[in-house]
Design a protein around this ligand. Structure first.
Ligand code: SF4
Ligand code: SF4
Length: 429
């Protein structure tokens, strides 16, 4: 393994161990290799030639949720997430990555028609193969034990995605553009619809970005930089052409990709760099858009004292932790549901999803997520709201596993409900 940039970044680590005290994974693994300090040491061993077993290095770097808690706590500003992504990319070149990932990231996710075909095939398969389970967040299907990872539940896949459900002339122009993301388009179209409808309540037209490729984050965190770049390039060029004043993301992970990760993928001097900077500067989170656009001024006063403290907010790691957008979401909630919103126990703990980590090690991902949802329920939370697609997927699954009465919603669903004056959350069904 040879990478001078990686060597320099890893060299900033002074092995103080602060990262171990906050690591999401350490309580599960109870091993130094789980934490940032251990992984940095493993990378240094590989870079110096002391360790030549690159598969073991790849395994160590794969075992991380990329939640960023260590990076935020690090007194030496070690860019740990960047180190892991760079290390994974180097190793993908050297050792390779599984064929299914290359096909999914390189062939399916860059193509909206391919995503539609995949969703329709999945919908047919789940009706035949899986068991129905009603939950607080709507109907889910459960995989049999031993297949798909210990009783995992998945949402009922809809016949139509959000963008497919739009009329041909609907949401085609506007200064503000909604980038809905794969999950809120194909798996939870009701969230995409809620984001769109609440954004249009500002009175200005909102354009929906159609035929989008995936944001590229799943490919990037898996080390598949070529597929990530294909996704990014297609999106950047089309967003630059559309030239919106603002691009709004209901998903914190998609936002992180456009706001920060594209700038590390598209280097200075690249012909795409101008497009990347243009898009990054205009990208914003859903809550900030609501606060700046006047949508919340149209809300009726929240009912005083009703359902006091029942609605909590889960901080998505990328959105609240890395991008610092927790206060904006909380202000939206306070103005939308009033005293029904209260701080949730363990709000800033990672939900355990970690993107591909959830597929790689579902039992561990589920233990972390179950702890999170159980702590919230013990603290009196009945509705967990959030603003990231991975967190919605994970916590709806965890609620189905631990307490099916818990609802998991996107904040847009609560805002839409308040705007319609119904006063009750209406999660995806
Ligand atoms: S907190 Fe930062 S400097 Fe300290 S061991 Fe962890 S990564 Fe290294
Ligand atoms: S990113 Fe999260 S899981 Fe990975 S080492 Fe850091 S704190 Fe632990």
């Amino acid at each position: 393994m040879k990478d001078d940039e990686l060597r320099e970044m890893a060299g900033l680590c002074v092995k103080c161990g602060t990262c171990r005290t906050v690591c999401t994974l350490y309580p599960q693994r109870k091993a130094e290799v789980a934490v940032a300090r251990g992984k940095v040491a493993i990378i240094e061993g590989a870079l110096s030639g002391e360790n030549t077993d690159m598969e073991s290095v790849q395994e160590a770097l794969s075992d991380c949720l990329l939640c960023g808690r260590c990076e935020r706590a690090c007194p030496n500003q070690v860019l740990f997430e960047e180190i892991v992504m760079k290390g994974r990319a180097d190793l993908a070149e050297e050792v390779g990555i599984p064929a299914w990932k290359r096909i999914l990231f390189g062939k399916v996710m860059p193509s909206d028609p391919a995503m539609r075909v995949l969703r329709k095939a999945g919908a047919a398969a789940e009706r035949v193969l899986l068991k129905k389970v009603p939950t607080g967040s709507g109907l889910h299907y459960r995989f049999p034990e031993g297949f798909g990872g210990g009783g995992r539940t998945v949402p009922r896949l809809p016949a139509k995605g959000f963008i497919e459900s739009l009329g041909k002339d609907e949401a085609v122009s506007g200064d503000v553009m909604l980038f809905v993301g794969c999950v809120f388009d194909h798996l939870y179209p009701g969230v995409g619809r809620a984001a769109y409808e609440t954004m249009t309540a500002s009175g200005s037209p909102v354009a929906v970005f159609r035929d989008a490729a995936c944001c590229g984050l799943p490919a990037m965190v898996s080390g598949d930089r070529r597929s990530a770049m294909e996704n990014v390039e297609s999106n950047l060029r089309r967003l630059r052409e559309a030239a919106p004043r603002e691009i709004v993301f209901p998903c914190g992970s998609c936002l992180l990709m456009f706001k920060r990760n594209v700038l590390s993928l598209v280097k200075e001097g690249s012909p795409l760099r101008g497009d990347a900077v243009f898009v990054a500067e205009r990208s914003t989170d859903y809550a900030s858009f609501l606060l700046s656009s006047g949508v919340l001024d149209r809300l009726p006063d929240p009912p005083a004292g009703e359902r006091a403290g029942e609605i909590g907010y889960h901080d998505p790691c990328h959105l609240s932790g890395t991008l610092g957008k927790g206060p904006q979401a909380r202000e939206v909630l306070s103005r939308t549901v009033g005293s029904a919103f209260a701080e949730m126990a363990g709000a800033d703990l990672c939900c355990g999803y970690g993107g591909t980590f959830n597929v790689r090690d579902y039992p561990t991902s589920a233990r972390i997520g179950e702890n999170k949802v159980s702590a919230a329920a013990r603290g009196g939370t009945k509705v967990i709201s959030t603003a990231c697609s991975g967190c919605v997927l994970q916590m709806r699954d965890m609620a189905a596993r631990t307490d099916p009465s818990i609802r998991v919603v996107h904040i847009a669903e609560l805002v839409r409900q308040a705007l319609s004056g119904a006063g009750k959350s209406s999660p995806e069904r």
